[in-house]
Design a protein around this ligand. Structure first.
Ligand SMILES: Cc1cc2nc3c(=O)[nH]c(=O)nc-3n(C[C@H](O)[C@H](O)[C@H](O)COP(=O)(O)OP(=O)(O)OC[C@H]3O[C@@H](n4cnc5c(N)ncnc54)[C@H](O)[C@@H]3O)c2cc1C
Length: 463
């Protein structure tokens, strides 16, 4: 039996002790010879990584490869964070991220190859659009909607260029639309399109996005692909042979010139340095206490950046009652953003599964409904599109990312008056002790798996 309890007790004392006791504990007396860093009971490492999402796993793996001892502390009883594959309906379905957005040069493509995870390209053009009454839009109507959007967006982009003060993206759209004579139907289709490229992509409505910075993110080129076997093949692959402690809810992070001490729901951990990958939603809620408090510049960035939501509803049916060749079904119903965007899994897995997205305010509103209400709403729309005789689902999965205490949203966005500078401030290390990663710290690729991954590697290299 090694002397782990001695160190654990020492750290507990330091946690409730004075600043000097803390300095002592953070002085990180080097591990004694008896203290084997790979021991699962060790509470002491070179580096602590807070969070076992893709950013934390990327940081931990990079640091471990460099020969450092690393403990990853994760609140949930699983790794992956906002990548989460659920197989309870008998088929792997992603409740968080689904896509590698642009495979060319994307680090996730490389990982998929390394872990032998099969991918399948999706084709957004392989779609049918339905009008509110369930009839298919006449040929060419969708292309006209795209052209109308592009035409209007050209003027929005001019306002973006010339305005001296930021405003919401919606305010700019409103200005342009006010100068046009659009029919009611044109306006409905235009609003649907705006919703598609904002709420369903950024998790925030146009009124909550900065005109200047809403689309400041960069993209990898190439196909958009999903993982028929689930995204967790990537996070599970990265997690292999790392020292990850599950069920460890971080409550307090104490840091100083000498190191860092982390108090969790299970005990205390100490290290010379730490990588914080807590989601922006968690940082906003301040459920994790930093001692001393985070500096004003970082706190202001946390306050300014936004955490939006994208929720998914999966329905598994006894059989396929829709066109099995088609990937996307769009419904331009009376209520913008409700049951408007559907993906069929038949082309990718052969399974009779449909999934609907709700984003932005409609995504948050969905979370307030009971499961029964949600399924009733889904079925009502499906009956309009596919007829009254369709079967009831035999299995359902519903996400509520906004209420998930360890995410508190789906991903970050840039509201009016926030900017990429805020992401830079969020990423800024504190001394040589606390380093920050996670999708919200990525200026180039926020809100994505690859952005989170690259931020973890970046933080590990800074360290
Ligand atoms: C519905 C949805 C769809 C998406 N679709 C895509 C997509 O198709 N493609 C794409 O590229 N991206 C997509 N994303 C975004 C992508 O999933 C995220 O950007 C990325 O997974 C974030 O990784 P992360 O490591 O920064 O954060 P997380 O994965 O959230 O990791 C942070 C970890 O910290 C843990 N944690 C939180 N609080 C505590 C605490 N107090 N103590 C200890 N641990 C804590 C969390 O449990 C979590 O495991 C989607 C996200 C959602 C929600």
């Amino acid at each position: 039996m090694k002397t782990k309890f001695t160190r654990r007790d020492f750290l507990k004392t330091a946690a409730i002790g004075t600043a000097s006791a803390l300095a002592l504990s953070c002085g990180l007396i080097p591990p004694t010879q008896e203290e084997d860093m790979t021991d699962p009971l060790s509470t002491h490492a070179d580096v602590l990584v807070l969070g076992a999402g893709i950013a934390g796993l990327a940081a931990a793996r990079t640091l471990t490869d460099k020969g450092l001892s690393v403990i990853v502390l994760e609140a949930r009883n699983r790794v992956g964070g906002r990548t989460w594959t659920d197989s309870s309906l008998g088929v792997p379905l992603d409740l968080g991220a689904s896509w590698i957005h642009g495979v060319n040069g994307n680090p996730i493509t490389k990982l998929a190859k390394e872990f032998g995870a099969k991918t399948a390209p999706t084709d957004g053009e392989n779609a049918i659009e339905f009008a509110a009454d369930g009839s298919e839009l006449p040929g060419g109507a969708w292309e006209e909607t795209e052209t109308l959007f592009e035409d209007i967006y050209e003027e929005v982009a001019e306002i973006q260029e010339r305005t001296d003060e930021d405003m919401s993206l919606q305010a700019a759209f409103d200005q342009v639309i006010a100068g046009r004579r659009l029919s009611g139907e044109d306006l409905r289709r235009l609003n649907y399109y705006i919703h598609l490229v904002t709420a369903l992509e950024y998790g925030a409505d146009a009124k909550d996005l900065s005109l200047w910075w809403w689309d400041q993110d960069e993209e990898f080129g190439g196909e958009e692909v999903i993982f028929p076997g689930g995204y967790n093949q990537i996070t599970d692959g990265l997690a292999k042979s790392l020292d990850i402690r599950l069920g460890e809810v971080v409550n307090i992070v104490r840091y100083g010139a000498d190191g860092v001490e982390v108090e969790t729901s299970q005990g205390n951990y100490a290290a010379a340095q730490a990588v914080v990958t807590l989601p922006l939603g968690v940082l906003k809620q301040a459920s994790v206490k930093f001692e001393p408090p985070l500096p004003e510049s970082k706190q202001a960035a946390i306050n300014r950046l936004g955490m939006g939501v994208l929720n998914k509803v999966y329905l598994k049916f006894p059989e396929v009652f829709w066109d099995a060749e088609v990937e996307t079904f769009s419904y331009l119903g009376e209520e913008l953003g409700e049951w408007g965007d559907w993906l069929s899994f038949v082309p990718f897995t052969g399974e009779p599964v449909l999934m609907a997205f709700h984003g932005g305010e409609k995504g948050f509103a969905l979370e307030e409904l009971s499961d029964d209400n949600i399924v009733a709403g889904a079925m009502q729309t499906l009956r309009v599109m596919f007829g009254g005789g369709i079967p009831e689902p035999e299995g359902v999965l519903i996400t509520r990312w906004g209420k998930d205490p360890f995410a508190l949203g789906a991903y970050s966005h840039t509201p009016p008056f926030a900017s990429g500078e805020d992401r830079g401030a969020l990423a800024q290390p504190l001394g040589n002790v606390l380093f920050f990663a996670g999708e919200a710290t990525s200026r180039e690729y926020p809100g994505t798996v690859h952005g989170a991954y690259l931020s973890g590697v970046r933080a590990a290299e800074e360290l």
